[in-house]
Design a protein around this ligand. Structure first.
Ligand SMILES: NC(=O)c1ccc[n+]([C@@H]2O[C@H](COP(=O)([O-])OP(=O)(O)OC[C@H]3O[C@@H](n4cnc5c(N)ncnc54)[C@H](OP(=O)(O)O)[C@@H]3O)[C@@H](O)[C@H]2O)c1
Length: 272
């Protein structure tokens, strides 16, 4: 059985490693995180692996997953390259949606086969992600030998892999940010506006839930343009201006977002 080493084992690392372990496809070998206690928690969640506290303690593996935060990927790759030749080159991938496999260039120049594999799911917690993972799209890009290894690896746990060009990753990931990451922000701003306007907290919570559910249903049934309502979609320029001013007076950032989204809404409405 092939072996997998993991550097960074939070929400994404734990979820994927647990799925691979349950599926029995790879031997989950060494797990390195920032803090030793976190690595111990990770191997308990996965049900396999050996917690290590230093990169130099990690054994050779066929495949390495770097599931560290994006800002640490290049440095971890450079550290791994620096401990060569103790670590013979293998296949290494990171999990970032925005960054390309070129982030691993320190390893590529040491003959490693590099890739990025981005699972398009909100890994809010490892428990919820485990339950939601089946059928998750997974964007792959990188060296051909790495992709040949990773595509079946991700397919085995139910991911639907598709290719992506390295130069398109930032815009691709921005799509995910708009589709999912901004939703909680918009819901929180709406709730704050209702609370500020004197709407009782239980009514505000009910509004959040029902308006969101109805909007999702309408978007799925009618498409984004068909589901669009509101002053900008109706072309009520005067009201958009007055409301934008009121929101800006309440919160400048929210006012800026209101105006930018109203312009996008008017364009979407005009295109339908
Ligand atoms: N969360 C999502 O919804 C999502 C979705 C798709 C892709 N991704 C991508 O997946 C990657 C990981 O994200 P995540 O949400 O799983 O992050 P996370 O939950 O914050 O976990 C990060 C892990 O990296 C460890 N770590 C941080 N710096 C390290 C270092 N220098 N050396 C070794 N380990 C280090 C942390 O250790 P400690 O536990 O000790 O702090 C933690 O185990 C990122 O590239 C992210 O863009 C995230």
């Amino acid at each position: 059985m092939k072996s997998l080493n993991i550097i960074g084992c939070g929400r994404v690392g734990r979820t994927l490693a647990r799925l691979w372990h349950d599926q029995g496809s790879y031997h989950i070998q060494d797990v390195l995180t920032h803090s030793a206690s976190s690595a111990a928690d990770a191997i308990a969640f996965i049900g396999a692996g050996r917690a290590v506290t230093q990169l130099s303690d990690m054994c050779t593996a066929d495949v390495w997953m770097l599931a560290v935060p994006d800002r640490h990927i290049a440095q971890v790759a450079a550290d791994l390259a620096n401990i060569a030749p103790a670590q013979p080159s293998g296949i290494v991938f990171h999990c970032s949606g925005a960054l390309a496999s070129t982030e691993l260039s320190a390893l590529q120049s040491s003959d490693w086969q590099v890739a990025s594999a981005h699972c398009l799911l909100s890994f809010a917690s490892p428990e919820s992600a485990l339950a939601q993972f089946a059928g998750t799209p997974c964007a792959l890009e990188g060296d051909p030998a790495a992709l040949n290894e990773l595509e079946p690896l991700f397919a085995q746990i139910g991911a639907n892999c598709f290719p992506l060009l390295a130069e398109n990753k930032l815009l691709y990931h921005a799509g995910a940010v708009f589709a999912t990451n901004f939703l909680p922000v918009l819901q929180a701003v709406a709730n704050q506006l209702w609370t500020t306007s004197g709407v009782p907290a239980d009514v505000a919570a009910h509004l959040n839930a029902t308006l969101l559910k109805n909007a999702v249903n309408n978007i799925q049934t009618l498409g984004p343009a068909g589901a669009l309502t509101g002053p900008a979609a109706r072309g009520d320029v005067a009201l958009v201006q007055r409301q934008g001013d009121a929101v800006t007076a309440w919160n400048a950032n929210a006012g800026e977002a209101y105006r930018a989204l109203s312009q996008l809404a008017a364009k979407l409405s005009a295109s339908s």
